[in-house]
Design a protein around this ligand. Structure first.
Ligand code: 2P0
Length: 321
């Protein structure tokens, strides 16, 4: 049976995706920008032509909902496709504070196309990955990636692309863990609820696109101070928007605020660094490699643990044998 294996890294958004212009096609209301991060990765094998659709996720059978999402993405390759067996494994803890769905769907579409014998452009693969999970559209790319919101109703212009390669800038992303438990509100539910009930949502949608040009200029210039301003602004506006939902969506814990204070304190001492947060209490801090150890040590005082990640390469096929 045709089989292929692919590997992809997760990514963290510096300019956030929050809100959808089309739920069925999973189209974002705003553009976003991210950094793909190694060494964490997901490895996914697709066996095209199995006896039945079957998902194995980290050594256990996928739930009905997980399976539905995975096989709906494989349906995009061929609505009359043969049944498939998908085996996917994360080499990082689910509680590592990183979205395994971003690396998972990126690896799935790359392996799926190869197993199906289809030559797809990376833009097409990004569109397919987006249908599984929005942030996965960006994990096909290494380094710094932008995901266009697009304008078309069919969403074919809403894909990601690389802005700068992983080796463009020697930075580290420190992930400070404050709560290893499962999320209280999933990103998807939190996003939809914010869109439906937050009076700040229209302001978020109209302001967020302006962050992209500023972030890209800062990345090009390797200017952490300028990038830090944009990334903290994006995270704060996204969280302010969800805190204003009814009832509010609050992912922050006391540790999240301590970590933000650590970052501000280090910055006041002349160490450039900036934080971001996603749909959970963990805080991610961007810093140049030369300052990573100083920042890690300070975060370690307040966090349960700190992961040190670096820019990773694009999703890639793994040759058999
Ligand atoms: C992001 N997040 O840009 C934003 C910031 C979380 C906060 O994308 O509904 O799993 O599957 O498209 O991509 C997490 O949500 O949501 C996310 P769906 P996804 O990284």
């Amino acid at each position: 049976m045709p089989t292929a294996t692919a590997i992809a890294h997760p990514n963290i958004a510096l300019c956030k995706y929050w809100g959808k212009r089309d739920r069925a096609l999973n189209l974002p209301a705003v553009p976003s920008l991210s950094l793909t991060l190694a060494p964490f990765s997901t490895t996914t094998t697709v066996e095209w032509g199995a006896s039945r659709d079957e998902l194995m996720l980290n050594g256990r059978p996928g739930t009905a909902e997980e399976s539905r999402k995975v096989f709906a993405v494989l349906d995009l390759f061929d609505s009359w496709r043969p049944r498939a067996r998908v085996v996917t494994q994360n080499d990082f803890p689910t509680a590592a504070g990183l979205a395994s769905s971003s690396s998972g769907f990126a690896a799935l579409v790359l392996a799926g196309a190869k197993a199906a014998g289809q030559a797809r452009t990376v833009e097409e693969l990004s569109v397919f990955a987006r249908r599984g999970s929005g942030s996965a559209s960006r994990s096909l790319f290494g380094g710094w990636a932008e995901w266009r919101a697009g304008e078309r109703g069919d969403g074919l212009d809403s894909y990601a692309f690389e802005i700068a390669a992983a080796n463009h800038w020697d930075v580290r992303m420190l992930v400070a863990i404050f709560d290893a438990g499962p999320k209280e509100v999933s990103s998807r539910d939190g996003m939809n609820h914010t869109q439906e009930t937050s009076p700040f949502y229209p302001a978020w949608v109209s302001s967020a696109p302006h962050d992209l040009p500023a972030a890209k200029a800062a990345i090009r210039a390797r200017d952490l101070e300028a990038l830090g301003k944009v990334m903290e602004r994006s995270a704060l506006r996204m969280h302010a928007c969800m805190m204003a939902a009814d009832p509010p969506v609050i992912y922050w814990k006391s540790g999240s605020v301590w970590a933000q204070e650590v970052v501000r304190s280090l910055r006041s001492k002349g160490i450039p660094c900036a934080w971001t947060m996603d749909a959970g209490p963990n805080v991610k801090v961007l810093v140049e490699a030369e300052h990573a150890e100083v920042v890690r040590a300070k975060l370690a005082v307040v966090a349960e643990r700190v992961h040190v990640l670096e820019p990773g390469g694009p999703a890639r096929l793994v040759e058999p044998g």
